[in-house]
Write a protein of this length. Sequence first.
Length: 402
Amino acid sequence: MLYGCRNAPNGLVLLLLLCRGDATDGTGHGEWVYAAADGSVPSQVIQAQTWDYKDCTHDRTQSPIDIVTAEALPDSALVDAIEPSIHANYARPTTTKHGFQLFHTSPNLSSHERLRTAEGVGTGRSTARSSAAGKGSTRLMGEPYNFYQIHWHVPSENTFDGQHAAMEAHLVHQIAEPEYVGSNSHLAVVAVLYELGARCNEQLDTFWPLFPQEVASAAPNVTMVDVQAMIERLLPGGFYHYLGSLTTPPCTPGVSWYVLKRKAVVCQRQVDRLSAVLAILQRGVGVNNRATQPLHQRRVTMTPPNDACVGGFCGPLPNVLLFLLLLACAGLGVVGIWSRCGSKLAAHASPAPGGHGHVAGTEMHEQHQRLGGVVSCSELPRGAAARSGSSLGSQMQPAPWS
């Protein structure tokens, strides 16, 4: 919805936001903002008033969400469901109207990025994954998705148990089908949350200072960026998965979200750098996170803990099966021992010619008492078995698996 300037209530901060000369974006929609510059109106209210797109206000599968970790459902189908093959390429750090971004939203590099990457091949300035052909891709749930771009939000948009992280990166992908290029269809986002640490993120520092402070401007030079290296060490920790939307207008639904459980590290200096540039771009608003949206009837699934899966089955049942398997193995071990000892035990229990059976039985009884009721094959007298001619001993043959 869009309020007219003349009808805006007195004192409402929205009046200042919409009655500017640049209050429309050329599409018939008003200028959308994250928050009021003076902080007098909650950002969620401002977003509801200025994000006048149908999907933003009426769709019931919107992003971001609050992930209640205890309620996420383990799904064995998600194990190894993220397989990145993103090329290390030259990128030109760009400041958009709402933040920092690497690469433009397309499966291919820009002409300048492609030229510089091609020049780097074989000169020691690129890595093994560098390619002039494109940016690379990621297999998500077995399907190939082209990697498009990466951008950052401060603070995080998705939350864990109601808590924001210091920052969040979105790796935007689209299914690798030519007919969808240029549309908002079949998108997927791999999200990385950042927690504050004493040490700065070295990977970010290779390009973080290069983002300009002016809107819609790019750094004068490109720099080599290895996006895959940013997420590789985080992937073993697993992820949460849900069906959501874009987190900026037009809030297109149908976006598949993969939110990594492990967090990367960022320092306060790096967070402040993004916030300071945002404040310049957005009339004093130093944040660019959409408020969390209702989950409604959606389910959040997750990769199961590493110790909760057996043979591709995950959850409580595999733990019971594992216990039963161990119990069965222990039982087989006991049967094998008794099978190997059968002949010797029978020999001790049967009479032998010359009255030796009584002696053997007495020896066995005494050793049985000394061992606390447990007879070991190695402890039985060797001669006793040799003296045995009992038919019982001949009937107790070793089991096939002994």
